[in-house]
Design a protein around this ligand. Sequence first.
Ligand SMILES: Cc1cc2nc3c(=O)[nH]c(=O)nc-3n(C[C@H](O)[C@H](O)[C@H](O)COP(=O)(O)OP(=O)(O)OC[C@H]3O[C@@H](n4cnc5c(N)ncnc54)[C@H](O)[C@@H]3O)c2cc1C
Length: 407
Amino acid sequence: MLVRVIVIGNNVAGTTVAKGMRDADSRVEIDIYSEEDFPYYPRPRLIHYLEGTVTEKDLPFYPMDWYQKNQLGLHLGHRVERIDRHEMSVLVHGAWEPYDKLVLATGSSAYVPLFTGLPKAGVFTLKTLADARMIKNRASRSKHIIVIGGGLLGLETGRALCNAFPELHITILESGEHLLMRQLDHEGADMLQTWIRRTGAEVLVKADTKEVFGEGDVAKGVLLKDGNRIEGDMIVISAGTRPNVQLAKEAGLKVNRGIVVDGSLRTSDPDIFALGDAAEFNGQVWAMIPPALDEAKVAALRILNMESPDYNGTILSNTLKVLGFDLTSIGMVRPAHEPPEQGVEEIRAVSPDGSVYKKFVIKDGKMIGAILLGTKREVVKVTKLIKEQTPIDDIKDRLGDPLFAFS
Ligand SMILES: Cc1cc2nc3c(=O)[nH]c(=O)nc-3n(C[C@H](O)[C@H](O)[C@H](O)COP(=O)(O)OP(=O)(O)OC[C@H]3O[C@@H](n4cnc5c(N)ncnc54)[C@H](O)[C@@H]3O)c2cc1C
C-alpha cells in the first residue's frame, strides 16, 4: 500500500493529479510543493488580471479550505532543490522528505532569446502572478509597449494592456512571416493582421530583434536585425516556453526536450511520474492546459497502481479571443512554416466580406484538424467530426463554400 505521494508543482497539472488521487483514494498522504507562493490559479486568468477585469482575490481556482477538506498538504513558497532516487526523498527547505511515488509537475518557464543588451529594467516575460504584477505596475507608467512575439500569448498580453490603459501605444514584433505561426496559415494571418491594425496596434512581421537598447540599465527600445530601431519604454518578451527539466536531469531521468514519459505518465524511473508542460510524450511537449488535464486523469490512477487506459495524446480544441476575435484551432493544424504532410489535403473558405476564415485539414476521408477564425458557430460540430473521426465524403466538396453550414 502506498503511504505518501509528493507532487512538485501546484498549477493545473500538479493540482489536478492530486485531486484525481484524492478522489480515488481517501487514505494516501499527498503533499504538494510549490515554488510560487500563491495557490493554484489558471494562468489564462492572468490576462484578465492584466486587463483589470479580475482581481488577485478572484485568481485561485480553489479556496484555501479546499486543500484542507481534501487533506492535501500544500506547501507554498517551497522549492524542491534535489531528488535522491536511491533514498526516495526530495530536498526541500533544508530537509529530506521521503516519498513512495513522486510526481514532477514542474511545468515550464518563459524563454528569453539571447538578445544583446539584456538584462535591462523594463523588460518582462509573463508566466506567473508575480510577473503580471510587475507588468501591470510598469504599464500604468508607460506610453509605448513593445511586445516581442506575435504568438497567442503576445497578442493577448498586448490586447489586455491596451484595454487596461487605453493611452498605451503598442507595437507587436513577429520574427516569422506572419502572426500566430503555430495556428494560422498566411491567408488567415493576413486577415487577423488587418483586424489588429484597425484596433490601432502596430504589427511588424519578419521583425527579428537583435538588441534591447537603453539608457544605462533601463530599456528604451529594440534594434532589429534589419537596422530598424523601435523606441518604447516597456518590453514584454513572449517567445514561448521551455520545460523545467533541471531537477529530472540532475536525478538522471531520461530527458529530451521534456521529461520523457510513457502512456502511464511514468518516467524512466518507475516510481516517478511527470505530466503537464514539463513532460514529453511521443516526442511531443504540449505546453497547453487540455493535455495536462487528460494526463492527470491517467496519472492519478496509475500512481496509485489502479487500472486506467493509457494516455494516448490529446486532440486540442482551443477557442480563444485574439484581440477580441474568435479563433479556434482543433486537432492537427500544420504550422505555416512546416511543409504539408503527404496525403493531407487542406480546404479553405473565406467569407465574401473577409470577416470569416475557415480551414479544414483532411486525411483518408476524415477531418483531422481545422481553423475557424471570426466565427464560433461551428466549433462544436467540427470538433465532434474530428474527435469521432467521422467520414466526411458527403460534405467534403462543399467545405470550400463559405456559406456551407454543418447540419
Ligand atoms: C498568461 C498565460 C495564458 C495562457 N493561456 C492559455 C490558454 O488560454 N490555453 C491553454 O491551453 N494554455 C494556456 N497557457 C499555458 C498553460 O497555462 C500551461 O500549459 C499550464 O499552466 C501548464 O501547467 P503545468 O502545471 O504543467 O505547469 P506550470 O503552469 O508551468 O506550473 C508549474 C509549477 O511548478 C512550480 N515548480 C517548478 N519547479 C519547482 C520546484 N523545483 N519546486 C517547487 N515548485 C516548482 C512552478 O513554480 C510552477 O508554479 C497560458 C499560459 C500563460 C502564462
